[in-house]
Design a binder for this molecule. Sequence first.
Ligand code: SF4
Length: 330
Amino acid sequence: MDQHVDQPVASSVYISGAVRRDWTRAEVRALFDLPFPDLIFHAQRIHRLHFDPREVQISTLLSIKTGGCPEDCAYCPQSAHYEAGVRAEKLMDAGAVIAEARAAKSAGASRFCMGAAWRNPKDRDLDQVCAMVAGVKALGLETCATLGMLTGAQAQRLKDCGLDYYNHNLDTSPEFYGAIITTRTYQERLDTLEHVRAAGIHVCCGGIVGMGESREDRVGMIVALATLPAHPESVPINLLVQVEGTPLATGRTLDPLEFVRTIAVARICMPASVVRLSAGREDMSEETQALCFVAGANSIFYGPKLLTTPNPKRDRDRVLMDKLGMLPME
Ligand code: SF4
């Protein structure tokens, strides 16, 4: 029997705030099951051990190559498998991307993330992506890319041209994964993460909730993330945006308090990682977002669009930050 199952979770060492990578399902399940006030208290307490609770890291995400993706991720309007009204476009010109990055910087972003709807980049695509990365970095911004699966050599190339972060999500639990994506395996995702880490690039890796998964799947997703060989430096937790034309266009939406719980558990299990409140903010109330920050979220995407789905306008975010007395992280 798991040694932690019968221990009172709220007083045990495993919510000490220490960084550890041996989380068990029983422990993570017990965190999800805590009374809400206890869970939020521990998450906020641990958050304060590692971060200034007033600070929010701000990233901007630009789609540099939209639509026509051969993968079949059930939530994604950019998949060529679905008719979601997203037109396939060519890779953007590096000059145009750098101009967008300059605008993002003047709007307060400290990191600029470039996303391409590829299964994996071709080596010749990387010439252009490297020009973008170098140009964005020269503006004094941190650089991030999400381009699909990478080989070890491709990850090294991106590192050599100045890439700081690479985003590649695990999406959900290993058990639920097959219900969401059939064109690439969980292991392929883990392999890409290993190549990225081996190249010395910071890892941005999280998942999506509200896709019809069970709480046990949310437990499994957090365990998968928190037991990686090193915790991702950045952990985006996305709330599904239901897009017409995709297989997940309908279905029950997730209770906002369950979303807040997921953020809090991610904060406790990966105490030194930046936890990003990612997709799904457009339809989220200010109150839910505020609870997410109290639960330990400390990063957002800033700007009116997240790849192809809407995101709160910058003014709306500024008002919320002001109301909460929160500041952009330097
Ligand atoms: S999530 Fe990424 S890999 Fe999956 S279909 Fe969309 S663009 Fe392609």
